[in-house]
Design a protein. Structure first.
Length: 146
């Protein structure tokens, strides 16, 4: 090891020791840690098969339960729950029960009403920003002006 620095000599020594130890560990594993015997593999396969069958039957049970729940649950839409609401006196929460009306649009309706006075007809609600012809068609049967 002539011509090498002290640090290079240490690295070379570390590298050689690492190779020797690695080779020894590999040889030990090959001799003493052989593959499991056939009895253990048969037991493992039996447990795995049993687990898969139980998991599959549980999935079927869950699917059947979900299907029966879906059949028993009626489809209710927001528009089914809404009665006619007087847009001149409705609160923020009452306006949000209208289909296609969320908290932002409900606040805009209230702000428009406060700025311009009460609505004279339900058609005036189209003047509120965000309520166009499509939204009006959806909500017109659920609103009134008194």
């Amino acid at each position: 090891m002539i011509g090498f620095t002290k640090q290079e000599k240490r690295f070379a020594l570390f590298f050689l020791v690492s190779i020797i130890v690695g080779t020894g560990v590999k040889a030990y594993r090959q001799q003493h840690l052989s593959k499991p015997d056939s009895e253990w593999q048969e037991h493992y396969q039996a447990v795995l098969t049993d687990f898969r069958q139980k998991a599959h039957s549980d999935e079927d049970t869950i699917t059947q339960q979900q299907a029966s729940i879906q059949k028993a649950t009626p489809r209710i839409q927001k528009s089914d729950l809404v009665e006619s609401i007087d847009i001149n006196h409705a609160t923020l929460i009452q306006l949000q029960t209208l289909p296609k009306i969320g908290p932002v649009l409900a606040q805009r309706i209230i702000d428009f009403r406060d700025d311009n006075g009460p609505f004279k007809s339900i058609d005036e609600i189209k003047s509120v920003k965000g309520i166009g012809p499509k939204t009006f068609i959806v909500i017109k049967n659920h609103i009134k002006v008194e």
